[in-house]
Ligand binder design. Structure first.
Ligand SMILES: C[S@@+](CC[C@H](N)C(=O)[O-])C[C@H]1O[C@@H](n2cnc3c(N)ncnc32)[C@H](O)[C@@H]1O
Length: 205
């Protein structure tokens, strides 16, 4: 009879996706300074989702030092994808710009400093893909903006949905007929935190 590994978490740590020196350096920087980033597993997932959806217009909410934006931009590179990423901390936004320049991605990634809900109100879209990773209490008020800005058939990926602050968002998107949504609770090595939830939702109406 086939058996599960007795310690699947240790086992799955062996499968951290490979990444370049810049991403390793950013992980170290984030760890040193306590900056929450998605880490290599969710980063790779973003890369894969951006690649398979053929996303061209991508919106990210919550840039921090630009780690996840690098994965998104690399994922949508063959499609000629462009990212707009929103960050309310001006110093963080400037650091992200520097890191994106180091990655050679400045021409395709625009970091906009400012509060995400305010900046979204001024955007028109349509976007093919939105990645949401801001303060969790803003997820619910951001949801109508995500709906307005995302094309029908577009993908909304939301990080940290196991946080209590995401409860209203989880309820609303789960109940809405505008979305088909799956909530995944997982072990995500090097993610902040390592046990957390992600939601994937496609706009259907
Ligand atoms: C979890 S970090 C983002 C990590 C990044 N996505 C990554 O994985 O590399 C959240 C970032 O969103 C920013 N932020 C939080 N609430 C925000 C809001 N309402 N509008 C804009 N930025 C926000 C914070 O300053 C922080 O840098």
């Amino acid at each position: 009879m086939s058996q599960m590994w007795p310690n699947p978490e240790a086992y799955f740590r062996e499968f951290l996706p490979k990444r370049d020196q810049l991403l390793h350096d950013l992980e170290q920087e984030a760890r040193r300074e306590g900056i929450p980033i998605v880490g290599p597993v969710v980063g790779e997932l973003l890369f894969i989702l951006a690649r398979v959806t053929g996303a061209v217009q991508v919106l990210e909410l919550g840039t921090a030092i630009g780690y996840s934006a690098i994965y998104l931009a690399r994922g949508c590179e063959p499609a000629g994808g462009r990212i707009i990423t929103l960050e309310m901390d001006k110093a963080m936004a400037a650091r992200a710009q520097g890191n994106l320049a180091k990655a050679g991605l400045s021409p395709r990634v625009e970091v906009r400093p400012g509060e995400a809900l305010q900046l979204m109100a001024g955007l028109t879209g349509p976007f093919d893909f939105i990645f949401m990773d801001i303060d969790k209490e803003s997820y619910s008020p951001a949801l109508p903006h995500c709906h307005r800005l995302l094309k029908i058939g577009g993908l909304l990926v939301t990080d940290n949905v196991a946080f209590a602050g995401a409860a209203a968002f989880n309820r609303e998107i789960f109940a809405s007929e505008d979305w088909r949504t799956v909530h995944l609770l997982g072990f995500l090595p090097n993610h902040s935190p390592e046990h957390d939830g992600l939601s994937l939702a496609v706009r259907v109406k």
